[in-house]
Design a protein around this ligand. Structure first.
Ligand SMILES: Cc1cc2nc3c(=O)[nH]c(=O)nc-3n(C[C@H](O)[C@H](O)[C@H](O)COP(=O)(O)O)c2cc1C
Length: 205
């Protein structure tokens, strides 16, 4: 009897996992293009914060390239950004009109964590732009907040440079959001802390 009850509980839990997975609309991104773009000195010349965004969405190829620039792997187990003590403590979330996704850099997949439009929760400035990235880190992997903020700066700067290279508008944002509420909406584990959000889109003409 006890065994049957346990089996039923296991089956139930299994079905819950399957149904949650079935609802998640993960996006397999095309492979990032690792060549082209403006020469570095030109991109540096054009790097700037821009705050007026067109509502036009970014294509999946652009998204893949951008996320790879932000936090992809450029070697077997190391990334496009340096990381204090190689802790690689960050997760990058992509928040769009269609939902919010965790960037799985190894598989180049956007794993859906919410099917809601959470853009306004990343801050008013990002509420109508097509994409907001949210940078959150595992405080268990990295206990020194200063080092984590330093690591986050590299991610953000890579995004700035990619945007400068591709003629996209971007601004990094340190405030203007309720980080605790946003962490809940993104289903972040308790040990994770949000550092910055960064808005990206085509410049408004
Ligand atoms: C940590 C950090 C937080 C920022 N937060 C905001 C913000 O909340 N809103 C905003 O419009 N710009 C924000 N910025 C962008 C700065 O205002 C901008 O970098 C600065 O004015 C210099 O302009 P530039 O990036 O075009 O060189 C932030 C920049 C940094 C580095």
């Amino acid at each position: 009897m006890m065994k049957m009850k346990m089996k039923a509980t296991t089956l139930c839990a299994g079905l819950m996992v399957i149904s949650a997975t079935a609802f998640a609309q993960n996006i397999k991104l095309p492979a990032p293009q690792k060549s082209g773009g403006k020469p570095l000195m030109e991109a540096l010349s054009q790097r700037q914060s821009m705050r007026d965004f067109d509502t036009k969405t970014l294509g999946e190829q652009t998204l893949s390239n951008l996320l790879w620039a932000a936090y992809g792997f450029n070697r077997d187990d190391k990334r496009t950004v340096p990381s204090a003590m190689n802790r690689q403590e960050f997760e990058v979330y992509a928040v769009t009109e269609k939902g919010a996704y965790r960037y799985n850099a190894k598989d180049n997949v956007l794993e859906q964590v919410s099917n809601k439009d959470l853009r306004a929760q990343t801050g008013k400035q990002g509420s109508t732009a097509p994409l907001n990235l949210v940078y959150a880190y595992d405080t268990k992997k990295m206990s020194d907040e200063k080092l984590a903020y330093g690591d986050c700066g590299f991610i953000s700067q890579n995004v700035y440079l990619y945007c400068a290279s591709e003629g996209l508008a971007t601004v990094v944002r340190g405030g203007g959001m309720n980080k605790e509420e946003l962490a809940k909406a993104l289903s972040l584990k308790q040990d994770y802390a949000i550092v910055f959000a960064q808005t990206i889109g085509y410049p408004k003409k």
